[in-house]
Design a protein around this ligand. Structure first.
Ligand SMILES: *[C@@H]1O[C@H](CO)[C@@H](O)[C@H](O)[C@H]1NC(C)=O
Ligand SMILES: *[C@@H]1O[C@H](CO)[C@@H](O)[C@H](O)[C@H]1NC(C)=O
Ligand SMILES: *[C@@H]1O[C@H](CO)[C@@H](O)[C@H](O)[C@H]1NC(C)=O
Ligand SMILES: *[C@@H]1O[C@H](CO)[C@@H](O)[C@H](O)[C@H]1NC(C)=O
Length: 449
């Protein structure tokens, strides 16, 4: 162990007691924000910083300039963190991800509550983070509220307490990728399956499927029959051989939606309408792939009561936004460029969604019920792809000509700047809850009270 590392450990050991630091180089004295962090009640963060071997880096940083540290509550790191994600962070081979994540919590400048610049700021991780201010003086950093502004003030920096961990996009992506790889490589290759074309069922007891190969049955045959789902001829074949951890992947993409911002309503629905997320997870586990066209919050807010009034509406609407293919922004754009118009199947049989090129982007649907691909590739893990769109799509015969939605002027997607994500309960979720109440299925929903 080299001298700097030893100094760092010494710093950590001494900090709570005397905070007298020797030999660890310039920059850190007993009055440093770094010493204060190690001595604070943010013990989980302090421990992670140490595990990530970042003390020296931070010492060097405070030697050069002031810092602003966002410190998640202990509970945010202990209890509220997805155990699998935590395990990922603590695996030695993922040290780089842990370091990136922690350095994402440190800005190389002094931003006390009194001078809170609501803008995008570089962090020590290299990625930018968004600071925002509420009208009432509340402070936010990315998707986390600042719960204890100026928790620690020192000559060389400040610490703000925040409600939860900030996860930079690159780390979320590393995590997603690592897990998909693990899922695929954990499977042994096996023979090809056979399907009876007349019955649409598998011949013989569930033959194994090659890892990564698409399942033999069309996705609709694998979908669970439900009150609101278009023709689902038989219960899913569920051969018990799950090559993919679809449920985790669905969880990941919901998490990614939340972090991305502007898709809270969809994320809410997927979390709360558990049957839908479970179904998606099951399909992915069985080897199906999905592209989700995710309407953003503004789009969801434009839904009319009429459009929501039919039984099963929320589920039907969402199934119409799921394409049983893996498509990225690039693949769809190339397809519409080449073919002009492309019709994609949806999970809502027999409805298809039409895509074409418009204004250098992909446009789905027709007329006023059309939507631009607005936020490309929000999430792509090889099995689930999520593409943000700026309107809710409705199949042709669902559009009620009697109640034309006054489509507000929308422009082709610009690069999305800093949209404020507001957390609220949307119309679709309310309708879902109402429906569930009517049909006595309240228990399906995590929180409809
Ligand atoms: C640390 O520094 C103090 C003075 O600042 C000195 O008295 C002490 O001997 C030093 N300790 C070590 C281990 O170098
Ligand atoms: C940190 O900020 C204080 C107050 O703004 C300033 O006096 C000090 O020189 C800064 N320290 C460094 C290392 O830039
Ligand atoms: C300020 O407004 C936010 C919502 O914008 C709310 O969550 C927070 O509790 C409010 N804070 C105070 C101090 O009123
Ligand atoms: C579920 O719905 C409730 C209220 O509608 C909302 O407050 C909550 O955030 C939702 N759950 C999640 C994890 O989004």
């Amino acid at each position: 162990m080299g001298a700097p590392a030893y100094g760092a450990v010494l710093l950590f050991a001494l900090a709570p007691a005397a905070a007298v630091v020797n030999g660890s180089g310039a920059g850190v004295n007993s009055n440093s924000v770094l010493v204060a962090l190690l001595d604070s009640h943010y013990t989980e963060l302090a421990e992670l910083v140490e595990k990530a071997l970042l003390l020296q880096t931070l010492e060097d940083a405070v030697g050069r300039h002031n810092v602003t540290i966002f410190a998640p509550r202990n509970e945010a790191l202990e209890r509220d963190l997805d155990p699998e994600f935590k395990r990922f962070l603590l695996e030695p081979r993922n040290l780089k991800s842990l370091q990136t994540l922690l350095l994402f919590h440190v800005l190389p400048a002094r931003h006390p509550a009194g001078s809170w610049p609501a803008a995008s700021h570089p962090t020590l991780s290299g990625e930018d983070v968004e600071l925002a201010a509420g009208a009432n003086g509340s402070m936010r950093v990315a998707h986390a509220a600042v719960t204890r502004p100026d928790a620690v003030l020192r000559p060389d920096g400040v610490i703000h307490g925040i409600e939860r961990l900030l996860v930079p996009r690159s780390v979320q992506e590393d995590f997603n990728r690592r897990r998909s790889l693990a899922a695929i490589s954990a499977v042994l290759p096996t023979g090809a399956p056979e399907v009876d074309p007349r019955t649409h069922r598998l011949k013989k007891p569930a033959p194994p499927v090659l890892p990564g190969a698409p399942p033999v049955l069309p996705v609709w045959d694998a979908m669970a029959p439900g009150p609101s789902i278009a023709p689902a001829p038989a219960p899913g074949p569920g051969n018990g051989k799950h090559h993919f951890d679809g449920h985790s992947q669905v969880k990941d993409f919901i998490q990614t939606l939340v972090l991305y911002g502007g898709y809270n309503e969809l994320a809410d629905i997927l979390v709360n309408l558990t049957s839908l997320a479970t179904e998606m997870g099951r399909l992915v586990s069985e080897g199906y792939v999905l592209t989700v066209l995710a309407p953003n919050d503004e789009a969801m807010a434009r839904l009319t009561t009429d459009q929501l009034s039919e039984p099963g509406s929320p589920e039907n609407i969402l199934y119409y936004h799921m394409i049983p293919e893996y498509q990225t922004e690039e693949s769809m754009y190339n397809a519409v460029r080449r073919f002009g118009k492309v019709r994609y199947d949806t999970l809502r049989l027999p409805h298809k969604v039409v895509a074409r090129e418009a204004d250098g982007s992909v446009k789905f649907g027709q007329g006023e019920g059309s939507a631009y691909l607005f936020d490309p590739d929000i999430y792509t893990d090889g099995r689930i792809s999520v593409q943000g769109i700026d309107a809710v799509l409705l199949p042709e015969d669902d559009k009620k000509p009697a109640t034309p939605v006054s489509a507000p002027d929308r422009k082709a997607p610009a690069v999305t700047g800093s949209r404020k994500s507001k957390l609220r309960r949307g119309k679709l979720l309310e309708a879902t809850c109402r429906m569930a109440g009517v049909f006595g299925q309240r228990s399906r929903l995590a929180s409809c009270q």
